[in-house]
Design a protein around this ligand. Structure first.
Ligand code: ARG
Length: 458
């Protein structure tokens, strides 16, 4: 018999019982549910709605239910529909009438919103920790390989040489922003719906400030209708997870590319690679691919909840029960992806010779040769054209810019002098990018200090 079965003459079918149940998903919220119930019971006793004795029995009973769940002894029954009724039924079976008084002045509508907010706060905090660990790994690689040059790309075509450290730090900044998004999601969840009851508040003299304080919420949600039907905080968590996964997916796409024989920039450790069942030579970057693949699902979870919410009238509707699937999944998936990416980055070996070899191809010095002419008075647009012709000459001869003779340069423009060799030298090209945030060693060293300071404060 369901806890709400009083006005019913027939039981729902076994199929609909199962169809309507959220227990398989929301049992993950058992600790939050029990914490919420303890706070509610304590408050009910403080305002005199139940006796101190009842409150103590409820608290002790809930502790036993929690221990049972954690030991694996608890028998979950799908007929209980959700974690709220599972816990309440087990409690009442243990302590009798005191347990049956727990739900006074409360509805599952404010209960589920409370549990989910507590859960979202906890998970956002866990993810912030995992985010920090990955940033440490990226900064570790950036520091260990300071000075290594690789081709920078636009349109996946060779563009200008950049430091490998600069490239790693670009991901560190993405993750630093992800951290802020997770923090914002945690803050969005940090307000208490408890006491809103079903939708309108209750006739009992509930102290909402007290339960909010007991549960560590920063404030009380001011409107009971909004309190039970708002899921913005979960959308915020879904969004923070989706954006962070998208960043990891970009990183992993590069790891996949870089570990091909065409690039050969890195080798992933054996611990983060797999073999093929048929091709003995294969070493596949499966885990990088999986992170890229899982990102699709995490983005889907955000879209899914947005679509669920988009036409819901106030206040609680059962549609809202669908909110937790995606959020629980997104948090778990991002947590795993962050951990996997950190291990992959920490243990990969990089191949500076191959990076440099590629950086020498594709005329990466072209912009600097054009800048050379522009700094000697030729308008940049004309300089661009002169160097374009030199590149064409190289393409026709099948050589690189630094294979051209001084006479070739002089023929292209009388402004070229012997010191043009400096404009063709990759380390000098990199070092010359002294702009704040640029790829020159000095600028990257400064950037590294900033990234480390932000990380240390997080
Ligand atoms: N299992 C429900 C959920 O996850 C709990 C709230 C149900 N409330 C209700 N009146 N049916 O949303």
């Amino acid at each position: 018999m369901a806890l709400w079965s009083g006005r019913f003459m027939e039981n729902v079918s076994e199929f609909t019982q199962r169809f309507g149940a959220s227990l398989p998903v929301d049992k993950a919220l058992y600790a939050q549910d029990i914490a919420g119930s303890k706070a509610h019971a304590k408050m009910l006793a403080t305002v005199g709605v139940i006796s101190e004795d009842d409150a103590q029995q409820i608290a002790a009973g809930l502790d036993r239910v929690k221990a049972d769940i954690e030991s694996g002894d608890f028998m979950f029954d799908i007929n209980d529909e959700d974690i709220h009724m599972s816990v309440e039924k087990a409690l009442t079976a243990e302590i009798g009438d005191a347990g049956a008084r727990l739900h006074t002045g409360r509805s599952r509508n404010d209960q589920v919103a409370t549990d989910t907010r507590l859960y979202a706060k906890q998970r956002a905090t866990d993810l912030m920790r995992a985010n920090v660990a990955l940033r440490h790994a990226l900064i570790g690689q950036a520091e260990a390989n300071f000075g290594v040059i690789l081709p920078g790309y636009t349109h996946l075509q060779h563009a200008q040489p950049v430091l490998f450290s600069h490239h790693m730090l670009a991901y560190v900044w993405m993750l630093a922003r992800d951290y802020r998004r997770l923090q914002a999601a945690r803050d969005a969840a940090d307000a208490s719906p408890l006491g809103a009851a079903a939708l309108a508040g209750t006739t009992y003299p509930l102290d909402r400030q007290m339960t909010a304080g007991e549960l560590g919420f920063a404030s009380v949600i001011p409107n009971s209708l909004d309190a039970v039907s708002d899921r913005d905080f979960l959308l915020d968590l879904d969004y923070a997870c989706a954006v962070s996964c998208m960043h990891l997916s970009r990183l992993c796409e590069e790891l996949v590319l870089w570990s091909t024989s065409e690039f050969g920039f890195i080798e992933l450790s054996d611990a983060f690679s797999t073999g093929s069942s048929i091709m003995p030579q294969k070493k596949n970057p499966d885990f990088a691919e999986l992170i890229r693949g899982k990102t699709g699902r995490v983005i889907g979870n955000l879209v899914s909840l947005l679509v669920t919410m988009k036409a819901l009238p106030l206040a609680y509707n059962k549609d809202l029960q669908e909110d937790k699937y995606g959020a629980i999944d997104s948090a778990k998936t991002l947590e795993d992806c962050l951990q996997c990416a950190a291990g992959m980055i920490e243990t990969m070996s990089i191949k500076p010779e191959n990076m440099l070899k590629q950086a020498k191809l594709g005329h990466l010095a072209a912009t600097d040769v054009a800048d050379y002419l522009a700094k000697r008075g030729l308008p940049f647009r004309h300089a661009h054209e002169v160097v374009g012709h030199l590149v064409l000459l190289c393409e026709q001869r099948g050589c690189n810019l630094d294979d051209l003779s001084f006479d070739d340069f002089k023929a292209a423009s009388p402004l070229f002098e012997e010191d043009i060799v400096k404009a063709l030298d990759l380390p000098s090209i990199v070092a010359a990018r002294t702009t704040e945030g640029g790829t020159g060693e000095a600028a990257v060293a400064q950037q590294m200090e900033k990234a480390k300071a932000v990380l240390a404060a997080d």
